[in-house]
Design a protein around this ligand. Structure first.
Ligand SMILES: [Zn+2]
Ligand SMILES: [Zn+2]
Length: 286
């Protein structure tokens, strides 16, 4: 296990301290975004802040979708260690938890989708599926739900240094535009990333269309598809979790899929997993 010490209980948000930290991670970006809207009203924002927010949203968001989700959790492609390091470091800057815990939670979600044991099914309420589940104890356990990552030295290093990457993602904008940079490139950007990612768990298990016959309530929801860098084509994803591409029609915009395609063309990644049209057809219901 490359010396990685994982104590499952330590990851469970049961203690008062763990709950308080989780609450701060959820609430601070929200309060900062309300403050930013007031500042916007007062025209106290410069173009560089908005550009930084968008660029950092794309980079750290792809860190989550391509790095944490399609690579670390589902192994939809193979990567060399340098590319993996960059992807997982960027994903950590989104402040959605370290990659090993993120993977454990998501793996458990696929294992029990919309059934007892699913950490975030909207069957327990939309709010629960969106953020409430962070405060409950049905989280994934790395030793059970992310075993494959415990053997991955890069994931181990990035996971142990999570705090560094999280702080770097907030501190970097300071060097561009001081505290105003921290507000837009740091906190507002984290708020947007959080709620779009969490919408995949809440909205995409309740609203949208179903194209494939799956044993859960996953839906394709186009707004989350576009804003979530392809993750909103969630029924497609539950039908074929190993697929590197979640957009399965030309009009299903999948920025993460396009990024994977580009990385493959540049020979930076290999073994990209695709679903054959035949297999797709057999599962299709619409
Ligand atoms: Zn799902
Ligand atoms: Zn998944």
């Amino acid at each position: 296990m490359y010396g990685l010490k994982v104590e499952p209980a330590a990851f469970q948000p049961k203690s008062f301290m763990a709950r308080a930290i989780t609450l701060a991670v959820v609430a601070v970006p929200f309060v900062a975004t309300v403050f930013a809207i007031v500042k916007l009203w007062q025209r106290d924002v410069v173009p560089v802040d908005i550009v930084m927010m968008v660029v950092m949203y794309l980079l750290t968001g792809l860190g989550i979708t391509v790095g944490f989700h399609r690579f670390a959790t589902h192994r939809s492609f193979q990567s060399n260690r340098v590319v993996e390091f960059i992807m997982l470091a960027l994903g950590s800057m989104a402040i959605e938890g370290d990659v090993i815990q993120w993977t454990a939670d998501h793996w458990k979600h696929h294992k029990h989708s919309d059934k007892p044991g699913d950490p975030h099914s909207p069957l327990e309420g939309l709010w629960h599926a969106h953020v409430g589940w962070f405060f409950k104890s049905a989280r994934g356990v790395p030793a059970q739900d992310a075993r494959h990552l415990l053997k991955d030295p890069v994931a181990g290093v990035i996971s142990r240094t999570f705090l560094f990457w999280a702080v770097l993602g907030i501190a970097f904008p300071y060097f561009i535009d001081g505290w105003r940079g921290v507000l837009w490139g740091g906190l507002v950007r984290v708020f947007i990333t959080h709620h779009i990612t969490w919408s995949v768990n809440s909205i995409c298990h309740q609203f949208g269309r179903r194209a494939f016959d799956t044993d859960d309530f996953s839906h394709n929801q186009w707004i989350v598809g576009v804003l979530g860098l392809g993750e909103g084509w969630h029924n497609n994803h539950h039908a074929f979790p190993e697929s590197a591409f979640h957009g399965m029609k030309w009009y299903q915009i999948d920025l993460s899929g396009y990024t994977i395609w580009l990385l493959e063309k540049l020979h930076l990644i290999t073994g990209v997993r695709r679903v054959s049209p035949d297999r797709m057809q057999r599962k299709r219901i619409a």
